[in-house]
Write a protein that binds this ligand. Structure first.
Ligand code: HSE
Length: 295
């Protein structure tokens, strides 16, 4: 049996829509093996225990790519990453499936091939890249190739995920985006995404508040998330270093100084007053990315 551990991810990091992402220390585990026949899926809700399961469909895509005819497949899923919350649960399933299938088929795909296939499946590379590689990544998909690089974030920073008790599918969250944006909004984001990268790499964290701002997706998506503006305004007025929507949402991600504990007390007071329940989770960067072990 193969064991694959894949980290959660937060994509976009505010202005870096479909481009920036970071691996975080919350994990999904996948136990995969080839069996004599059929398909067995355990550890997930009933509705996902069939051939439409994303881990399985990703495995099939990998088998097709390398020309491997599998007999049967057994998948056991143990997930810590909540689904449809903007923390990369789909990316984790895709990476888990492709890595598992590649191993069963004799490791024909390189890491870059795996990233390319995973991006083709997900449609954008910003979650699958850090899920596979760990750390903070910049990635783009052009002419069927993924171009990526890693950024080393300076020490002294942590992430606080505010996770609501409702789901928002990436599909729905992408549907509300405009087909075109203004030149002014594009320039707004270019400046901030550049500043986001340099301030994280150089440890100039006082720049993160302004660097976190976005005009390409958050203004449209915020309408789908109850109390989004209230929470973000509160964070911007607090000692938080920066705040943005995690991936397609609905999780809101807050950047904090590593030693800051006071923020939790303050935000808890606000969250208590809201209609929806929001869970608060302290997270740190996962530097290693997906890991595979053959038992
Ligand atoms: N960049 C993607 C989005 C991440 O914001 O839609 C979610 O998959």
């Amino acid at each position: 049996m193969i064991e694959i551990v894949v980290p959660a991810t937060s994509a976009n990091l505010g202005p870096g829509f479909d481009t920036l992402g970071v691996g975080l220390n919350l994990y999904n585990k996948f136990y995969i093996e080839e069996i004599e026949k059929g398909l067995i899926i355990e550890g997930c809700e009933e509705e996902y225990r069939n051939e439409k399961n994303l881990v399985y469909t990703s495995m099939k895509k990998c088998f097709e790519k390398v020309g491997y005819k599998e007999k049967g497949i057994k998948i056991i899923i143990k997930s810590e990453i909540p689904s449809s919350r903007g923390l990369g649960s789909s990316a984790a399933c895709i990476i888990g499936g492709v890595l598992g299938a590649n191993s069963i088929a004799g490791n024909k795909l390189s890491k870059d091939d795996i990233l390319k296939l995973a991006t083709e499946i997900e449609g954008h590379p910003d979650n699958v890249a850090p899920a596979l590689l760990g750390g903070m990544t910049v990635s783009i998909f052009e002419n069927n190739n993924v171009y990526y690089d890693k950024i080393k974030i300076k020490n002294g920073i942590k992430f606080c995920a505010l996770i609501p008790n409702f789901k928002l599918s990436t599909e729905k969250s992408r549907e509300v985006l405009p087909k075109e944006v203004t030149y002014k909004d594009a320039v707004f984001n270019i400046g901030r995404v550049s500043l986001m990268i340099t301030s994280l790499a150089n440890g100039n964290y006082e720049l993160l508040k302004v660097a976190s701002k976005d005009k390409l997706h958050e203004p449209y998506r915020s309408k789908l998330i109850e109390d989004y503006n209230l929470i973000v305004d509160f964070c911007n007025k607090s000692e938080a270093l920066g705040v943005f929507l995690s991936g397609a949402g609905p999780t809101i991600m807050v950047l904090l100084e590593e030693k800051n504990e006071q923020f939790y007390e303050n935000i808890k007071e606000l969250l208590k007053k809201l209609k929806k329940t929001w869970e608060l989770k302290e997270l740190h960067v996962d530097l290693e990315g997906a890991k595979l072990k053959e038992n």
